[in-house]
Design a protein around this ligand. Structure first.
Ligand code: HPA
Length: 249
């Protein structure tokens, strides 16, 4: 059965509460095993798959996630559209903690991650177009759903993908700002690039958990995990209505 939408949950998002009649799949892919079980069920009358990117117990740091296996598993189960939920830090003023955003650009600062499916001997070399790293039609569908659901989502912004797992220095965030980044997170790449290679529609719903280092009104603020989790939990209140409207379209 086709899956209308696959959702990949990030830090603080380990399940989709409204998923009914859930079946659990543990697909093995040519790239190995995904981060954990894929839960497939009904959401607003449509088939939806959910995968926790870091594993259900948040056991995988960003650089250890098997991004290829995660996306290949969702594709093997019949997904064609992937909505990535990414917890991020906000750099520029529109992206304060608890904001939801749908970025339209990204810059990749990660290193040492397997970032292509063209690794295996004999696999064709793909030079996919990546000028728009997020699928425009899926972004627009998400933004329309947000309007209908009455959930505010910032349209656009540039996601800077950093290596982690540590947070950034103030100087690193100042550099990202100069580069044009509005948001910073650790899991946006290689996921988006791999989705393009795998011909999956892919969009990001970024959940701003904190001001990035030195970026907020209190430049000396220390970022705590509790603040991050509290802000993600508060911002997540907007996600179920948004998903329902996206699926009802
Ligand atoms: N930096 C990188 N990744 C993040 C942050 C941050 O400040 N907050 C949540 N994920």
């Amino acid at each position: 059965m086709t899956i209308e939408l696959a959702v990949i949950g990030g830090t603080g998002v380990y399940a989709l509460g409204e998923l009914d009649d859930v079946e659990t799949h543990q697909p093995l892919t040519p790239y190995g095993a995904p981060s954990g079980p894929v839960r497939v069920g009904w959401y607003a009358g449509k088939r939806v798959a959910f995968l926790a990117r870091h594993g259900e117990g948040h056991s995988l740091p960003p650089h250890r996630i098997n991004y290829r296996a995660n996306l290949a598993a969702l594709k093997a189960l019949g997904a064609r559209r992937v909505l990535a939920l990414n917890t991020v830090g906000g750099i520029t003023e529109r992206f304060a903690p608890r904001v939801l955003a749908c970025p339209d650009q990204l810059i990749d600062y990660t290193w040492g991650r397997i970032s292509t499916i063209c690794e295996e001997p004999g696999s064709p070399v793909l030079h996919v177009d990546f000028g728009d790293p997020y699928t425009p039609a899926l972004r627009q569908a998400l933004l329309r759903a947000a309007v209908r659901a009455g959930v505010s989502v910032v349209d656009g912004g540039c996601y800077g993908a950093t290596q982690g797992p540590r947070l950034e220095t103030r100087a690193e965030i100042a550099r990202l700002r100069r580069d044009g980044c509005d948001l910073v997170g650790m899991t946006g790449m290689p996921e988006a690039g791999l989705a393009r290679e795998l011909e999956l529609d892919y969009a990001c719903l970024a959940i701003v958990a904190n001001w990035a280092a030195g970026a907020g009104p209190d430049a000396d603020e220390v970022i705590t995990l509790q603040d991050v989790l509290d802000n993600v939990a508060a911002a997540m209140a907007g996600v179920p209505p948004l998903l329902r409207h996206l699926l009802m379209e």
